[in-house]
Ligand binder design. Structure first.
Ligand code: TNX
Length: 528
C-alpha cells in the first residue's frame, strides 16, 4: 500500500515536472531570454495604457502597440502602466535588461540604451504573441554574443531599400545587431561613389541571371537613410567592398585597375601591385567611411585563386614578386591584404576579412576574421591561436543559400544542408575548438548569398523561419538553450510571419510551403 502511494506520488511529481518545464521555458519569445520567472495573474494591454520613460522609446512603443495590437484582441477597458527605466547605476550588462510584469504595471529596466530598446522589443513580442494578455513574470536577459549578424549579398541580386528596411525591423525584433552588407562582387557594384561614377553607371548593370539588367544600386542618400534607420534599431551596418578577388564589376567599369583573369574569370581581381590600384581603393574607402560609422570595414579577401591566372604570366607582376621578395602569387595576395589592413588602420578603421586572411600575416590589432569554410576547422583554430577575434559564419549551418529541406531543388548542399535545428544547435558542435579562446569569439552570423535567390519571395523563403534560430544561437546562452523547446514554440513565430505577410518554409509541413519559382529549375550546387 505504502509503495503504491509512493509510486503515485512519483508519477504526480513527474507529471508536474513535465507540465511545468515547458511552461517555464516556453515563454513565446524569440530569442529565448536567459531567465523567466512566471507569477500569478495577467497584465492587460488596453487602449488606455499609460507609457512612460526616462530613457526614450515611449512614443515608439506606443506607436508600435497601436499598429500591431489592432490585429490582436487588445482589451478596451484595461488601463495599466508601462515604464521604461534607463538606470546606469543598476549595473545591468550591456544590451541586457529586466522586465517585471505585475497586473497593474510593467517595468522595463536597462543600464544602456540598447538594453532598453531590447526590453521594449521583448514587451512588444509578448504583447503580440499573447494577444495583449501578458502573463505576470520577471525576465532577466542579456546576450551570449556581442556580434549577432546577418549578411545580405545584393551584388548577385538586388533587393532594394524597402526590403532591407523590412529585414532591419525583423532583425531588431530578434535582437540581431549587425547587418553585413555585401555590396560588391562579380555581377554588380551597388553603391554610389561620387569620384568614380562608372562604378554605378556601368558596374551596377546586370545581375547573376541577366548581365543586361538595368543598373540597380544605392545612392549615397539611400545609404545614409538606411544607416540611420538601422542605428535607430541598434543595428550596426558593416559594408563590404570585396577585394582583391570578386572585383569583376569594378574591373569592368575601370579596366585600368584590373588584374587580368581568364574566360569567365576575366577581370575577377584588382591589379595587385599598381600604385594606381591602391589610390583607387583608398579614394573609395574615403567615401565608404564617410557613409558608415561602423569601426569595421569588410574587404573580402576570399577565393582570389579563382581568377588570378594573369598574375602568373604578367611580367610586371612577376617582377614585383621578385623585387619585394614575396615568393609567389600567394605571397603577393598576402602583401595586398597587409597593405589594405594598414591603409584602413591609417584611416582609423579595423579590417574584417574572410578566413583566407589568417595566412596573410596581418597584425591581429588590425584585423578581425570571419570563419566561413566549415570544412577547414583548422582555419578557425589558427585564427584564434594567432590572436584574431573571430566571427563565425561557417557554410554549414550558417549559409542561407543552402537548402533547409532535403527535397528542395534550388540551392546548395555540402554533405548535407542547413535545417533550422542545426542552426539552433550551433555553435555547440564545434565550440570545443575555441576552448580557452572564448574571449576572442565575437559571435556569429547568418550569411545569405544570392546567386540562387533572384527575388523577394525566394529570399523570404530562404530566410524564414531560420533567422529566428540564428537569434537563438547568437543570443541565448548554451545552458539555457533547448532546441526541442525552441521547435515547440516555433509555430508562434510562424504566426507572426503570417501576420506580416512573409512567405516562409514551414518545417512542420514541408509540402504545404512549396519552393517559390526560380529562374533556373534544379539549380543545385553540391560540395563546391
Ligand atoms: C563562397 S563565402 C563565397 C561567395 C559565394 C558563396 C556561395 C565567401 C567568402 N565566398 O562568393 O556567394 O560561397 O555560397
Amino acid at each position: 500500500m505504502k509503495i503504491r502511494n509512493l509510486e503515485r506520488r512519483i508519477v504526480i511529481v513527474a507529471m508536474a515536472c513535465l507540465l511545468s518545464l515547458p511552461m517555464v521555458s516556453q515563454v513565446p519569445l524569440f530569442p529565448t531570454p536567459v531567465e523567466v520567472r512566471k507569477a500569478e495573474g495577467y497584465f492587460m494591454v488596453g487602449r488606455n495604457l499609460q507609457i512612460g520613460s526616462n530613457g526614450g522609446y515611449a512614443a515608439l512603443l506606443a506607436g508600435k502597440l497601436g499598429e500591431e495590437l489592432k490585429e490582436v484582441s487588445a482589451d478596451t477597458r484595461a488601463s495599466g502602466e508601462v515604464f521604461l527605466e534607463l538606470n546606469e547605476l543598476a549595473g545591468l550588462p550591456d544590451e541586457g535588461y529586466t522586465m517585471e510584469v505585475t497586473p497593474a504595471k510593467v517595468v522595463l529596466k536597462a543600464s544602456s540604451a540598447a538594453g532598453l530598446f531590447y526590453a521594449k522589443e521583448t514587451f512588444l513580442q509578448l504583447a503580440e504573441t499573447a494577444g495583449g494578455k501578458i502573463r505576470c513574470c520577471r525576465i532577466e536577459d542579456a546576450p551570449r554574443y556581442s556580434w549577432r549578424g546577418f549578411m545580405l549579398d545584393e551584388s548577385r541580386h538586388f533587393f532594394g531599400k524597402e526590403k532591407v528596411k523590412q529585414y532591419l525591423d525583423m532583425m531588431a525584433s530578434l535582437k540581431l545587431n549587425v547587418f553585413h552588407w555585401h555590396l560588391t562582387d562579380e555581377p554588380g557594384w551597388r553603391i554610389e561613389i561620387k569620384k568614380y561614377p562608372k562604378l554605378t553607371s556601368e558596374g551596377a548593370v546586370g545581375n547573376w541571371h541577366d548581365p543586361k539588367a538595368p543598373a540597380q544600386f544605392y545612392t549615397q542618400d539611400d545609404i545614409r537613410e538606411i544607416v540611420s534607420y538601422a542605428a535607430e534599431r541598434h543595428i550596426m551596418i558593416l559594408p563590404e567592398f570585396d577585394m582583391p578577388g570578386h572585383a569583376t564589376a569594378v574591373c569592368r567599369s575601370y579596366p585600368e585597375v584590373s588584374g587580368g583573369g581568364e574566360g569567365k574569370w576575366e577581370g575577377f581581381t584588382f591589379h595587385p601591385c599598381k600604385e594606381e590600384t591602391f589610390e583607387f581603393i583608398s579614394h573609395i574607402f574615403d567615401e565608404i567611411i564617410s557613409l558608415f560609422p561602423s569601426p569595421y570595414i569588410h574587404v573580402g579577401g576570399d577565393e582570389v585563386h579563382f581568377g588570378n591566372q594573369s598574375w602568373y604570366t604578367d611580367p610586371e607582376i612577376q617582377q614585383f614578386i621578385k623585387d619585394k621578395n614575396l615568393g609567389n602569387e600567394v605571397g603577393l595576395e598576402h602583401y595586398f591584404i597587409r597593405r589594405i589592413a594598414d591603409m584602413l588602420a591609417s584611416k582609423g578603421k579595423t579590417m574584417i576579412g574572410w578566413d583566407e586572411i589568417v595566412d596573410a600575416g596581418v597584425s591581429p590589432e588590425k584585423a578581425v576574421v570571419m570563419w566561413w569554410r566549415h570544412d577547414r576547422k583548422h582555419q578557425l583554430v589558427k585564427a584564434l591561436e594567432n590572436g584574431y577575434k573571430v566571427i563565425m559564419t561557417p557554410r554549414r549551418p550558417l549559409y542561407g543559400d543552402f537548402v533547409q529541406y532535403g527535397q528542395h531543388t534550388v540551392g546548395r548542399f555540402w554533405d548535407g544542408y542547413n535545417p533550422i535545428e542545426d542552426i539552433c544547435r550551433f555553435p555547440e558542435p564545434i565550440i570545443h575548438l575555441a576552448q580557452g579562446y572564448e574571449d576572442q569569439l565575437m559571435g556569429l552570423q547568418f550569411s545569405m548569398w544570392t546567386e540562387r535567390v533572384a527575388d523577394e519571395k525566394r529570399l523570404d523563403f530562404m530566410m524564414f523561419p531560420r533567422l529566428a534560430a540564428v537569434a537563438e544561437s547568437a543570443w541565448t546562452p548554451a545552458k539555457k538553450k533547448d532546441c526541442s523547446l525552441f521547435m515547440q514554440k516555433l509555430p508562434k513565430f510562424l504566426k507572426l510571419l503570417d501576420r506580416l505577410g512573409i512567405y516562409y518554409f514551414n518545417p512542420f509541413q514541408p509540402d504545404a510551403t512549396p519552393e517559390p519559382d526560380a529562374p533556373d529549375k534544379d539549380d543545385v550546387l553540391k560540395n563546391g
